[in-house]
Design a protein around this ligand. Sequence first.
Ligand SMILES: Cc1cc2nc3c(=O)[nH]c(=O)nc-3n(C[C@H](O)[C@H](O)[C@H](O)COP(=O)(O)OP(=O)(O)OC[C@H]3O[C@@H](n4cnc5c(N)ncnc54)[C@H](O)[C@@H]3O)c2cc1C
Length: 412
Amino acid sequence: MNAKPHIAVVGAGIVGICSAYFLNKSGFQVTLIDKNDPGTITSYGHASTFADYACVPVNSPDLIKEIPSMLFRSDSPLTVDFFYAIKNLDWAFKFIKNCTTKQVNYISGALGNLLNSASVSYDEIFSEVDVSKYIKNEEALYLYQNKYEFLKAKTSNKIREKNGVKIKILSKNEILDLEPNLASIFYNGQLFIGSRHTNNPAAISKKIFETFVNNGGRFLKNNIADIKSKENLVTLIYGNNEHNFDKVIICAGSWSNILTKKIGDDFPLDTERGYHVMFNNYDLINRPVGWSQSGFYLTQLEEGLRAAGTVEIAGLNKPENKKRTKMIESEARKLLPQLKEVKSTWLGFRPTLPDSLPVIGPSKKYKNIIYGFGHHHIGWTLGAVTGKIINSICNDRVPNINIEPFSPSRFN
Ligand SMILES: Cc1cc2nc3c(=O)[nH]c(=O)nc-3n(C[C@H](O)[C@H](O)[C@H](O)COP(=O)(O)OP(=O)(O)OC[C@H]3O[C@@H](n4cnc5c(N)ncnc54)[C@H](O)[C@@H]3O)c2cc1C
């Protein structure tokens, strides 16, 4: 009898954990490898929303007009390290090329298609992995600071609705009925109907990971130093030794391109850095509350109230920028004046391609190396559906979602 094909999954963020889970379930021998503990990097510190509604990319015709004023505002959702940007102008040009109305519609359609299968894919995992105490069904609320921002959002809302997202506009008073602790500093807002969130992303990752291990999956804590393809095998170098696998999946988030370059696949992968500030509060809000003014969500977690979001373009190596966490803290306090002391702050690295679409599929050069990275603002939401697609590819089945827009060959 032939041995089961041996697949290595590199990167144990939510995308790698879900991929390993589905591959193991469908009968492969699976080794998940990460230099850190599973689920402890970007997939730990995010805003914790299952954002099935978030099909509109950051790219937009309006953004180009607004960037100059955003860069000079101290409470802006976006900040750019000038020297880093100058060194990476090629990425910026590619990003701008994807800001036309036509491209934004294309990207939203592709993301919307993926997002429409996000919840059902998680539910397939959750039918075996009991995480019910960590899933909350109070729908996410998004607040607009003024009438202008609300009217401007109509374009994005139209795109969302076209992609099946259900939105309910609420007046200020209706919002205060739902969330009475909010300070009345906003104009109005909207609910994303049917959306859910978690109060403990780390616990969900851990539970899925533990089920994978209990079902026979293997985890190795190691840094992948190199990757080579030889004949029908893929060789990973870790612990100073070569290890052969039938297939390798690369789900290393923002660090994926360091590995793909080693086999000659170079992607325009950059990072949108984001922050969270954790407050020592436990009962101020019932649902995630997004704040358009500064681009973050307030979410009540088991470990405290988390304000998470904003975008900083400054690469992978610069340390935490305290100005950003101070800004998030002061804006959060304006919305919720009852906030107590800060417990901790965190910097995370969203893996982002300039067209705001992930890379999902086999390497053009080596069909037994498969990619799953670049999920930018919605990687937590897309973990399970990406894992399912990767499992279909490894089983030589055509995924039931059109994955052409996510093709690794699209940048050639
Ligand atoms: C502030 C903020 C708020 C966000 N809010 C949301 C939200 O509300 N909803 C949502 O859906 N998404 C959100 N996101 C996005 C989401 O967090 C990410 O898209 C997602 O976590 C990416 O998951 P990943 O598995 O691709 O990467 P990661 O979680 O970063 O995992 C990659 C793993 O690869 C490992 N690795 C890298 N290189 C190597 C190597 N050479 N050898 C071994 N291991 C390696 C790393 O150690 C890491 O564990 C947010 C992000 C931020 C920063």
